[in-house]
Design a protein around this ligand. Sequence first.
Ligand code: SD4
Length: 338
Amino acid sequence: MINRRKFLQLSAITAPLIAAKKSLANGLEGTIKPIVVSTWDSGMAVNAEAWKILSKKGRALDAVEAGAMQIENLINCCVGLGGYPDRDGIVTLDSCIMDEHANCGAVAGIERIKHPVSVARKVMEKTPHVILVGAGAQQFAVENGFTLESGELSEDAKKAYAEWLKTSEYKPVINIENKKTNGPFAPNFFQDGTANHDTMGLVAMDSMSNLSGAVTTSGMAFKLHGRVGDSPIIGAGLFVDNEIGAATSSGTGEEVIRICGTHLVVEFMRQGLSPEMACKKAVQRIVKRDPAKAKTLQVGFLALNKKGQYGAYAIQKGFVFSVKSGNENKIHESKFLI
Ligand code: SD4
């Protein structure tokens, strides 16, 4: 007969074995966490902010919000209020956030609010809704203590808008960060040399293996007033499934919305594809629909799975992303299709 002491000894030996077997069965051995991945090279500073939370065993949701706020805070940055306006000269911001329970919130076309990502979080936590738009989103923000800012364009944005008004042509600029090719429409570079983009998407996994993501943007420069891109649309600009992984996107939002881009990426990962292959298949879906048009635009997807593996893929050369974990802190170039 097995006595109590023997039973305890046996359990002490078998419990870790069972746990190890379970994690092998899940395929999660060797998981890298915490980890945060962000679009573009400006993601380095965003990741650093998120890392302050992740490295202290904080929640991925708090980390992605803090990361997005970092870039929204910059005065001459394309992402927040310093971003480029729409064709009427008004800066309108889109943002969303999603956590490990599929809770999500978003704001679209919000004006004069510095931290749309935090308003998105409030929509998620304080309302039964997912998306608030325009004046309603702004009203909700003010009612929840957010300050109504002046709405004046940044110096960069004023110059670019004046330049754009000369032709008033709507032409989304591929890899708008590239100063050499994009001339007056290229935004500034930050002091650390990283480029200044109009969208920041980031996804993170915390030390509890929980995933979250956030996106914040001023959207496509010189868009029609009222236009909403992919960034605040759950399943387009951001999707998180805590069983599988998370994905975000950057580029021409209309193309991402058409294929429910980030949801598609996560579903490809569910089928067993690596993050990079999942992003590639989503990019192929866009290109296949209209190959000629695809040559004229850029879309990049960035994904992270439950093992802490990440990958990206873009239509064109030039999409870069930033990674921060215990193992690395660097900018990667995405592979591309065309
Ligand atoms: C949009 N996807 O508004 C955004 C723009 C973007 O890098 O990502 N630019 O369509």
